[in-house]
Ligand binder design. Structure first.
Ligand SMILES: Nc1ncnc2c1ncn2[C@@H]1O[C@H](COP(=O)(O)OP(=O)(O)OP(=O)(O)O)[C@@H](O)[C@H]1O
Ligand SMILES: [Mg+2]
Length: 279
């Protein structure tokens, strides 16, 4: 990787589990220095793609290039070096519950660098300030809100000054204000640091706010790749349904429910609660 913000080139990639493909023949170039959003319905294979790009899952065919390096043919040691230039924000922040925020964020520096404790403290504090958590260094993950955990995960993903940042569903489970703040933070990181950012999401508002490039997956294939403007203008029926948030009509009223005797379904609490119908 020579440029500090490399392209990610995906060529004829097939991903799946146990010999069964989930998405076949993915071809895309996620632009260096930009934000790419991988969009698609739940269960379509977005996280699986991320795991394949990180070599956490074996690909079934094809190639992935980070900059000029084909990660599938790279020797183990070279890939370990490359991985140190990649930051990952996992869906739940993936913080270690037994460590406080400072130690969670310091962990990659302690494992992979020869920095002295004072230097580590300086970097950790700077990265926690970046995400607005500098006052929470002593907090443990279970003492943080969902949004704070995401930001803490982002601080840890950023701690080694990565060239590539992957975020899996960074706004899921957040309210609209926290989601918008996280989007702003990602845009700020893009502006301030030369980085290729890849965000896996099914949040359309977030995609509209941050994407330079969009890859839409679904039905076992690539449904779209290109700019968000051309995606929003598409007249493809399935993509429109997704973009306009229209579900398939399900005839749920026709499904008959089994009729069971309530006295069997529930504990007899009338003596304890009184007869609700009579009160
Ligand atoms: N370890 C696994 N072994 C076998 N199948 C798996 C495994 N992990 C995921 N799958 C299957 O792969 C498919 C894609 O899952 P994946 O988690 O990549 O979807 P996703 O697009 O990230 O969904 P979501 O938006 O809900 O996070 C699903 O059908 C899922 O059941
Ligand atoms: Mg997922």
């Amino acid at each position: 990787m020579t440029s500090s913000a490399p392209d990610i080139r995906i060529e004829n990639l097939t991903i799946g589990y146990g010999g069964k493909p989930i998405i076949e023949d993915i071809n895309a170039t996620l632009p260096g220095g930009g934000v790419s959003v991988i969009l698609g319905g739940s269960g379509c294979g977005k996280s699986t793609l991320l795991k394949n790009i990180l070599k956490l899952n074996p690909a079934m065919g094809g190639s992935v290039y980070l900059g000029k390096h084909n990660i599938f043919t790279l020797k183990k040691k070279a890939f370990s070096c490359l991985k140190q230039r990649i930051g990952v924000l996992f869906q739940d922040g993936a913080l270690l519950g037994a460590l406080n925020l400072f130690d969670n964020v310091a962990l990659p520096l302690r494992e992979h660098t020869k920095l002295k404790p004072a230097e580590i403290a300086e970097v950790v504090k700077a990265k926690l300030s970046l995400v607005g958590l500098e006052k929470f260094v002593d907090y443990f993950p279970n003492e943080l809100s969902g949004g704070m955990r995401k930001r803490a995960g982002l601080a840890r993903a950023m701690v080694m000054d990565p060239d590539i940042l992957f975020c899996d569903e960074p706004t899921s489970g957040l309210d609209p204000i926290n989601s918008a703040e996280l989007d702003e933070l990602l845009l700020e990181l893009k502006k301030r640091f030369e980085m290729t950012i890849v965000v896996v999401s099914h949040d359309l508002a977030s995609m509209q706010a941050i994407a330079d490039y969009v890859l839409v997956l679904g039905k076992g294939k690539t449904l779209f790749n290109g700019s968000k403007e051309s995606l929003m203008a598409t007249d493809d029926v399935y993509l429109r349904q997704f973009l306009d948030r229209k579900g398939e009509k399900r005839e749920s009223s026709r499904i008959t429910m089994p009729h069971l005797d309530p006295s069997v379904m529930r504990m007899d609490c009338n003596k304890l609660l009184g007869d609700l119908d009579n009160n």
